[in-house]
Ligand binder design. Structure first.
Ligand SMILES: C[S@@+](CC[C@H](N)C(=O)[O-])C[C@H]1O[C@@H](n2cnc3c(N)ncnc32)[C@H](O)[C@@H]1O
Length: 289
C-alpha cells in the first residue's frame, strides 16, 4: 500500500474510533437523564404491551443502564444526523430498552436475528439474554460476515440467505423471538408468515417508525404485492418494508397508528429514531381482560 493510502486508512480508523467513543458518551448521558427523570423510555407502551408495572420497569431500566455493553454502540437517541456516528445505524438507546424489557418479560430460550451486519443489535440481544435467560441460544444470519461485536463462542452464525436457513430452523427448533432486520420485502413477508405458522410467540422488527426521517414510506402501501416484490430492496424510493408487512399480516391500522390488537396478536411500535416494533401472540390468559 502506498504511503498516502496508508495514512488515509489510519486517519479513517482514528476518526471512527473517536466517533464510537462519542456515541458511547452520548448514550451514557441519555441513560443518566432517564435515571434522573425516573421515567423509563416507553413506559406507557411497555405497560400496555407486557402488562408490567412501574417497579418492574424501573428495575429493568436500572439493569439496562448498568450494562454498557448492551447499549454503547446503539444509535444516539432521536438524533438522525448522528444516527451512524458510531459503527452504523441501529436501534437507538430508547428502542434498545424496549428490546431489553421484552427479553426480561418473555425470557426467550431461542432468539433468531435476520440481518446482523457488525452485530450491534446482536450484542444487545446477547447482553439481555445473558442477564435474564440461563441456557439461552442466539442464532444469527446474514448473507455476509461483517461481525465485529459478537463471536462464534456467543452465538451461532449462519452466513447464508435467511430464506434457506429458516425452513431448517423452523423444522428443528422452537424459535421464541424472530427479529427481522434484513429488509427485502419478500423475505420479511415470507419469514413472518412462516413464523406465524410455526407458532413463534414474538416477532420483532426494526425500521418501522413513522416520522418524517424514518425509513418507512406510507405511500408505498398503494403498490400491488407483485410491485412490492419487484421493488423488494428499492429503499431510497419506497422506504423499508417491515411496517407494510406488519400492516398486511397483523392489522392495516398499523399504517396510521402504533398499536393494534388483531388476529390473536398484540402489536406495539416503539417510535423513536428508526422505530422498533414487537408483535406478541396473545395466549388465552393474556387475552383475558
Ligand atoms: C441493517 S443491516 C442489520 C443491522 C443489525 N441488525 C444491527 O442493528 O446491528 C441489514 C443486514 O441484512 C443482511 N441481509 C440482507 N438480505 C438478507 C438475506 N436474504 N438473508 C440474510 N441476511 C440478509 C445484509 O447483508 C445486512 O448486513
Amino acid at each position: 500500500m502506498n504511503p498516502i493510502a496508508f495514512t488515509r486508512q489510519r486517519l479513517g480508523r482514528l476518526r471512527q474510533s473517536w466517533r464510537i467513543r462519542q456515541q458511547r458518551r452520548r448514550n451514557q448521558a441519555a441513560l443518566e437523564q432517564m435515571r434522573a427523570t425516573g421515567q423509563p423510555y416507553f413506559a406507557a407502551e411497555l405497560r400496555a404491551l407486557l402488562g408490567c408495572d412501574d417497579p418492574w420497569l424501573a428495575a429493568a431500566a436500572q439493569e439496562y443502564a448498568a450494562c454498557p455493553a448492551a447499549w454503547e454502540h446503539l444509535s444516539g437517541l432521536r438524533s438522525a444526523g448522528r444516527a451512524t456516528d458510531g459503527m452504523a445505524k441501529s436501534l437507538d438507546v430508547a428502542e434498545g430498552f424496549a428490546l431489553w424489557a421484552l427479553v426480561k418479560h418473555l425470557r426467550p430460550r431461542l432468539v433468531v436475528e435476520l440481518g446482523v451486519q457488525y452485530g450491534i443489535s446482536a450484542r444487545l440481544w446477547k447482553e439481555a439474554l445473558t442477564a435474564y435467560v440461563p441456557g439461552h441460544s442466539l442464532i444469527l444470519c446474514d448473507l455476509e460476515d461483517h461481525r465485529r461485536l459478537i463471536g462464534d463462542d456467543e452465538a451461532r452464525f449462519y452466513r447464508e440467505d435467511a430464506a434457506t436457513l429458516l425452513p431448517r430452523l423452523f423444522s428443528s427448533e422452537q424459535v421464541d423471538i424472530l427479529h427481522n432486520d434484513a429488509h427485502p420485502y419478500d423475505l420479511i413477508r415470507w419469514s413472518v408468515e412462516e413464523a406465524i405458522t410455526h407458532q413463534v410467540p414474538c416477532l420483532t422488527f426494526h425500521d418501522v417508525g413513522r416520522g418524517p426521517r424514518n425509513p418507512f414510506r406510507l405511500e408505498s402501501q398503494h403498490l400491488t404485492q407483485a410491485e412490492k416484490t419487484r421493488q423488494r430492496v428499492n429503499w431510497t424510493q419506497y422506504g423499508h418494508w417491515e411496517r407494510h408487512v406488519m400492516a398486511e399480516l397483523f392489522s392495516p391500522d398499523l399504517l396510521h397508528q402504533d398499536t393494534a390488537q388483531a388476529r390473536g396478536w398484540r402489536v406495539q411500535i416503539f417510535d423513536s429514531l428508526f422505530g422498533f416494533g414487537a408483535a406478541l401472540r396473545q395466549t388465552d390468559s393474556s387475552r383475558r381482560p
